[in-house]
Design a binder for this molecule. Structure first.
Ligand SMILES: C[S@@+](CC[C@H](N)C(=O)[O-])C[C@H]1O[C@@H](n2cnc3c(N)ncnc32)[C@H](O)[C@@H]1O
Length: 212
């Protein structure tokens, strides 16, 4: 039944068939939009920390590219490049983050809902840390109410607690600046400083309180 509904969604939205293994039939759902909005808010904070006028943003595993629309009302000076293993639109570039290096450096690299599908996240995190000033990443740290069978059906391979994920970020060289958890408490989104960032003092919530 669930498979049938997913297939109907795929046909209606011209999704590549392979996108279904990454649960993209659910990509218009509330929790996916909330995750993108949290990420956009953290990007706005990163922009506030940075004097660069135009920010280059790479969204890896961009899916339908909903992040670009979430950033637009918050930031006027940015360029957005979506990458995906199975691009859903011509403007997105094909990239397998498991095997391919990111082709260039970016001010901000984003990875939302992707690491759950990768068996070994450390090499990916290390590669991305080298290529960005700021990193925005999500992880399902608290899959409450999701049974082992559902986890298997969703093809999730890596599920770490918040403490374990924090340790992975630290090991890869990132400095954690802020993190926000979704309203259903399942997913956390981090803002980190990557290797290309200058050292700037950061107080969580400072961008909002200064009205930017
Ligand atoms: C759960 S969806 C999230 C999509 C989007 N980030 C969002 O939040 O709406 C995971 C996306 O990651 C992509 N993906 C999975 N493995 C990938 C890989 N190794 N390299 C690049 N993209 C990948 C899938 O094709 C899919 O579009």
């Amino acid at each position: 039944m669930i498979r049938k509904i997913a297939e109907m969604f795929r046909k209606k939205h011209s999704l590549p068939e392979e996108a279904l293994q990454f649960n993209c039939a659910e990509q218009t759902g509330t929790s996916w939009n909330e995750r993108a909005n949290i990420a956009a808010e953290l990007i706005r904070k990163a922009a506030f920390l940075d004097s660069t006028r135009w920010l280059s943003i790479a969204d890896i595993g961009c899916g339908d590219g909903k992040l670009e629309a979430a950033i637009a009302p918050k930031l006027s000076t940015f360029t957005y490049q979506g990458y995906d293993l199975h691009p859903q639109a011509k403007r997105f570039l094909q990239l397998d983050i498991k095997n391919d290096p990111l082709p260039r450096e970016f001010d901000i690299v984003v990875l939302l809902g992707v690491l759950e599908y990768l068996p070994d996240i450390q090499p990916v995190l290390r590669e991305l840390c080298r290529k960005c000033r700021y990193f925005v990443v999500s992880h399902t740290c608290n899959p409450i109410g999701v049974s082992a069978e559902q986890i298997e059906r969703r093809n999730w391979i890596t599920l770490l607690s918040k403490e374990q994920f924090d340790a992975e970020l630290d090991k890869a060289g990132f400095i954690n600046l802020d993190d926000v958890t979704t309203s259903n408490t399942k997913t956390t989104v981090w803002l980190c400083r990557g290797s290309l960032s200058e050292v700037v003092d950061y107080l969580p919530g400072s961008a909002r309180s200064l009205g930017h």
